[in-house]
Ligand binder design. Structure first.
Ligand code: NAP
Length: 315
């Protein structure tokens, strides 16, 4: 297995203590087909040099991620929890101002941690409080009080429950609204970005406003959903062959060269290592010309059934 590189970091400007986030994190969204447990995968990732983990209350993985961190400390793989960057997300059932602090405290108990590095609003949608259901039934949706929810998140950061607060799946329009009243601006917007959904406008807006973009589904879910726009793309196959790399590595290298952070999920030892091997080579100008020809289409259209017309504000 190839040697472990040091993953570069970016500073989150609005975080407490100017927290640094490793540009690459391990995703932990569950896949029914996975034979490896989240605890084993996170522990293996720590051994391989991953220091950034992307969890969410709705994934049901916080307990396993916490157990892996506790085990890594016990084994001496890390000397302090502070060596890790841990993100979680609040589910739509908790997007009520009075439920935010208790929901984050519950996540911390489940993770056995005193604080998070980053907490995100998973989706700009609110449903009635209760159990996590996926997909979300549109009949359960109530008004999203963005200002009230954000003020409670700011309270979480002031209380020291998290070093940074952020958004996920926010359009430019929704970020503009958020920025109009935020006293602590969002450190991050976590959204789908991959070679098949490059999100140039949203990325340019976030850059201008100092919001770090974290790309999710950077491989368009790899091979887990059958053939896909990037993993089975002839242009990318050609680039991968020319560089002696895999298509997944081309995808991740491109994200890195865009100045993005990204969370990629692999619970497989070899692929986990392969995904780390992207920091010591570059794409060429000619590669970029070819990449610009890739058909663009959003993969994750929304978490509701049926889909909402105004979720992405036509962006
Ligand atoms: P992804 O990371 O693009 O793809 C994951 C799939 O690709 C897995 O099936 C994995 O299988 C496979 N894979 C990984 N590395 C590979 C490689 N080198 N070659 C071939 N296949 C490879 O998709 P994702 O899980 O949707 O997104 C990543 C993370 O983003 C999630 O886990 C989650 O943490 C986050 N996310 C957030 C949101 C949100 O709303 N904020 C939405 C979606 C995802 P193996 O495990 O078998 O390697």
């Amino acid at each position: 297995m190839a040697a472990t590189p040091t993953v570069p970091e970016v500073v989150l400007p609005s975080s407490t203590g100017q927290r640094k986030m490793p540009v690459m994190g391990l995703g932990t969204a569950p896949e029914a087909t996975s034979k490896v447990t989240t605890k084993d995968a996170v522990l293996e990732a720590i051994k391989q040099g991953y220091r950034h983990f992307d969890a969410a209350a709705a994934y049901g993985v916080e307990k396993s991620v916490g157990e892996a961190i506790a085990e890594a400390l016990k084994l001496g793989l890390i000397s302090s929890r502070d060596e890790l960057f841990v993100t979680s997300k609040l589910w739509v059932t908790d997007n009520h101002p009075e439920l935010i602090v208790p929901a984050l405290q519950k996540s911390l108990r489940t993770l056995q941690l005193e604080n998070l590095d980053l907490i995100l609003i998973h989706w700009p949608i609110t449903t009635k409080p209760g159990e996590v259901k996926y997909p979300i039934e549109v009949s359960e949706i109530v008004e999203f009080d963005m200002k009230g929810v954000w003020t409670s998140l700011e309270e979480c950061q002031k209380l020291g429950l998290t070093k940074a607060i952020g958004a996920s799946n926010f359009s430019i329009k929704k970020l503009e609204k958020l920025l109009s009243f935020a006293t602590i601006p969002p450190a991050v917007n976590q959204v789908e970005v991959n070679l098949g959904w490059q999100q140039e406008k949203l990325r340019a807006f976030c850059k201008e406003k100092g919001i770090v973009v974290t790309a999710f589904s950077p491989l368009r879910k790899g091979a887990s959903r059958g053939a896909n726009l990037v993993m089975d793309n002839d242009i990318l196959k050609e680039l991968a062959d020319a560089h002696g790399k895999t298509i997944a590595q081309i995808c991740l290298r491109w994200l890195y060269e865009q100045g993005l952070t990204f969370v990629v999920k692999s619970y497989d030892k070899e692929r986990m290592n392969q995904n780390l091997q992207i920091f010591d080579w570059s794409l060429t100008e000619d590669d970029y010309k070819k990449i610009s020809e890739i058909h663009q289409e959003r993969l994750i259209k929304g978490p509701t059934k049926p889909l909402l017309d105004d979720l992405w504000d036509e962006e």
